[in-house]
Design a protein around this ligand. Structure first.
Ligand SMILES: CC(C)(COP(=O)(O)OP(=O)(O)OC[C@H]1O[C@@H](n2cnc3c(N)ncnc32)[C@H](O)[C@@H]1O)[C@@H](O)C(=O)NCCC(=O)NCCS
Ligand SMILES: Nc1ncnc2c1ncn2[C@@H]1O[C@H](COP(=O)(O)OP(=O)(O)OP(=O)(O)O)[C@@H](O)[C@H]1O
Length: 202
């Protein structure tokens, strides 16, 4: 059975960039944010559900993410209701990934921003958390179109603090530079393949 490696980290810490490095090593990666994007696209299973919750966030048969973000900023109590609609669909997608990769890889990666918050770490054999300095995180976030300090604080406030994630994780991938992140990624893969980090489940 494949070693299930969880990959997580707070917003803007470099999770997607690090996930791409695991892909470069030839590992299948399931990306929770990408699953949500597909569910929000035209024909996506989440579209009618979001329309029922925030009608103005569905435009032309797809979820308009800036409109949804604006609604969440106006009324953060929508967050748990949205999550209750979307997360079961995301979990189904993750199960499909496990079925599709079964027997095809020795390590599979689950790239999930809310891995600890949703208890998905319990389905992993080991977790790696990406981490950078808080000022690096904020600089990266503010460089994003449509993101201001208030919007960033709203999402960060809904996530487990970086220090807590680092305490829980088996590995920390430092992401101040690409070189240090890549070295950490290669080290993790080598450690798992070397048998030092055996799967918990047989
Ligand atoms: C809040 C939304 C509209 C923001 O969309 P946007 O296109 O700006 O960002 P994107 O989806 O690419 O997410 C970027 C990052 O935001 C953070 N984030 C997203 N959703 C949440 C959430 N519910 N709680 C805390 N942080 C979140 C994560 O760090 C994520 O990596 C969107 O993320 C959303 O609808 N989220 C609810 C679904 C969800 O919980 N997704 C998380 C993965 S399961
Ligand atoms: N190891 C790294 N070294 C230098 N810059 C990095 C590194 N990792 C990520 N970055 C930069 O930080 C920014 C955010 O990276 P990325 O999109 O990977 O973050 P993320 O954690 O996936 O974000 P989100 O949580 O919003 O999905 C990007 O501009 C990226 O180029």
């Amino acid at each position: 059975m494949a070693f299930v490696l969880g990959l997580t980290g707070s917003i803007g810490m470099g999770k997607s960039t690090t996930a791409a490095m695991f892909r470069d090593e030839g590992l299948p990666v399931w990306d929770a944010d990408a699953a949500v994007h597909a569910l929000y696209a035209p024909g996506g299973a989440a579209v009618p559900k979001v329309a029922g919750l925030v009608p103005e966030a569905v435009v032309g048969g797809a979820v308009d993410r800036p409109a949804l973000r604006a609604a969440l900023e106006r009324d953060p109590s929508l967050f748990p209701r949205l999550e209750a609609l979307v997360h079961p669909l995301v979990a189904e997608d993750r199960e499909r990934f496990h079925r599709a990769t079964q027997g095809k890889a020795d390590i599979v990666v689950l790239d999930v921003p809310l891995l600890y918050e949703r208890g998905i770490d319990r389905d992993c054999d080991g977790v790696a958390v990406v981490s950078a300095l808080p000022e690096t995180q904020m600089r990266r976030l503010l460089a994003r179109p449509g993101m201001d300090a208030e919007a960033a604080a709203l999402l960060i406030g809904r996530q487990m603090p970086d220090a807590e994630k680092r305490k829980r994780a088996r590995w920390v991938v430092p992401t101040e530079t690409l070189e240090e992140a890549r070295a950490a990624v290669r080290g993790i893969v080598a450690e798992i393949r070397g048998g030092a980090a055996a799967p918990r489940r047989s």
